[in-house]
Design a protein around this ligand. Sequence first.
Ligand code: MN
Length: 153
Amino acid sequence: MMNSLPLAAAALLLASVAAQAQTMQVSPNGARASIAGSAETFTGTVTVTPLFTASEHSNAGGGLVEFTPGARSHWHTHPAGQTLIVTAGTGWVQEVGGEKVAIRPGDVVWTPPGVKHWHGATAESSMSHIAITPVHDGSAVTWLEPVTDEQYR
Ligand code: MN
């Protein structure tokens, strides 16, 4: 009976319950459904696979984004910045007013809050990256206009 437990035993029981709420979690590859990148936010064929969402412990969400050759995001900004980790292929990133920069597997790209930019594949190669994006006031991204073919080439 709960009432008859000595305090130390009760404390151990509570500690055990708390520990159980903190067990490791493995989300198997393939368990999170991939979705097609919306034409309202991407040009070309893009596949987005959710990896993790913001939680009480971390305010960033993560996703794998796969771009086919020629595919790219629209121009956009992130209210709390974004980190990209390139996992495959060759891509381009560009911030407004700057040149396109080639990115390759293992490259890590930091975009500061509010900097207008885009990322995507090159014209000839696919590119995949993991995007880690903090949420600020419920938003992780502000989408803007498409990257035109003139801007892309
Ligand atoms: Mn971005």
